[in-house]
Ligand binder design. Sequence first.
Ligand SMILES: Cc1cc2nc3c(=O)[nH]c(=O)nc-3n(C[C@H](O)[C@H](O)[C@H](O)COP(=O)(O)OP(=O)(O)OC[C@H]3O[C@@H](n4cnc5c(N)ncnc54)[C@H](O)[C@@H]3O)c2cc1C
Length: 294
Amino acid sequence: MKLPPFAMHRPSSVSEATKYLREFGDGGVVYCGGTELLLVMKLGLSDFDHLVDIKRIPGLGTISVTGETLRIGATATHREIETNREITQRWPGLAAMTRQVANVRVRNVGTLGGNLAFADPASDPATFLLASDALIDIRNADGELRQVPISEFHIGAYQTVLGESELIEAILVPEPAAGTTVVHERIRFHERPAVTVTVAGTVREGTIIDVKIAVGSVGSVPIRIVEAEARLRGIEQGSLESALRDTTEAVEATVEPVEDLNGSVEYKRHLAGVLAGRAAGQCLRQAFDAGVGL
Ligand SMILES: Cc1cc2nc3c(=O)[nH]c(=O)nc-3n(C[C@H](O)[C@H](O)[C@H](O)COP(=O)(O)OP(=O)(O)OC[C@H]3O[C@@H](n4cnc5c(N)ncnc54)[C@H](O)[C@@H]3O)c2cc1C
């Protein structure tokens, strides 16, 4: 496996980076941690004459909190996210999910922006952020910023709404409401996950008032299981176990698995249902316990 020749460009601002992308068109590409890009180039799956290295742009990897919103700069690595003190305290579910991504070597160089932009269907963060109602800040070469909900960002396997001269500038994650528990579960047979499930459940006065269930890595993009969410809302603790059987059924009926090395369509459908039922149970039992007194 040998890398084809290319020119490396090191812009010092987002504006300079997007202008390079506009100038190079199809021949140029954003380069960040390189954990995906260099691999696909080595395998000959894609070929670019110009790599625009954004990881040295000052401030582009900054992690900050304003009020109840966490802002993760696109070039922040998984490792920086999982070890950030504010994230471990106020977004513990995000830190716990990030610790499950790949291995520490990949997490040390791989970035959240790169994970989302590459749009590999087998993504932990994409599933987690869908259940978190995250927003993506996208900047173009005219300096314009547009904000896209994560639910609209991935449009197919390895496909996003990013235009040719656009890059992800930041990922915005709202703080979970009081009484919310977030659980991320995955099943993995090879390097990448075969199924990922995130459940965010909010309990007040002994009743589930909100629940979000996202299932990813089985089909081409992660999806919310809105039917299962609706059936769980309003449930009290005594009815939880029977409601969880409906969750498994709703997930199996909704996912659209793609057959691959992880298994057949039917097998992946079954895995998704079982994992979602398990994650929802774990999340909501914890939320009921934590919600006592709320
Ligand atoms: C061995 C291995 C195991 C892995 N396991 C997991 C796993 O368990 N779970 C999981 O979720 N992921 C997993 N991954 C994926 C990993 O999370 C990604 O490789 C990493 O986050 C990509 O970030 P990067 O900075 O290296 O991206 P790069 O390789 O630099 O870029 C990837 C793509 O995104 C584009 N890009 C990068 N940044 C931006 C930006 N800001 N704006 C627009 N486009 C951009 C690039 O042009 C390129 O097309 C694994 C990867 C490897 C190699």
